[in-house]
Design a protein. Structure first.
Length: 122
């Protein structure tokens, strides 16, 4: 079981409505999340925080979700990483092995809840 009081969730998504929907949904489970809409300073955010779950959009400006997964894996080997994308299976990148799960957009919150349950966040 994950310690909710010390768990931080990283949400990297450039669409504000999705960010706040995810944040509100996670707050139902008393999970604290940090939203990053512009990943230009993601290195610093990852360095200054410890995340137990990361929800990463694949299609971001400048960096994609797999670039961010690579940065996270260098620091947080145990962080559970979920890639959110409407591009899959068109993603032809060996780095998909860096992520633990893929949510295909558009996805239902029930799919995220299942992941939270399976990983002990609820």
């Amino acid at each position: 079981m994950i310690n909710k009081s010390s768990s931080q969730i990283l949400i990297v998504e450039d669409e504000p409505s999705i960010c706040f929907l995810l944040k509100d949904f996670l707050s139902l489970y008393e999970l604290h999340s940090i939203i990053v809409q512009n990943p230009s300073n993601i290195d610093k955010i990852i360095e200054q925080n410890q995340f137990s779950l990361a929800l990463l959009d694949y299609g971001l400006p400048n960096l994609n979700g797999l670039d961010i997964a690579e940065i996270i894996r260098k620091k947080e080997k145990d962080c559970y990483i979920v890639l959110m994308t409407g591009w899959f299976p068109q993603i032809d990148d060996i780095r998909t092995q860096l992520v633990d799960n893929i949510l295909h957009k558009p996805f239902q919150l029930e799919e995220l809840r299942r992941i939270l349950d399976e990983q002990g966040f609820t």
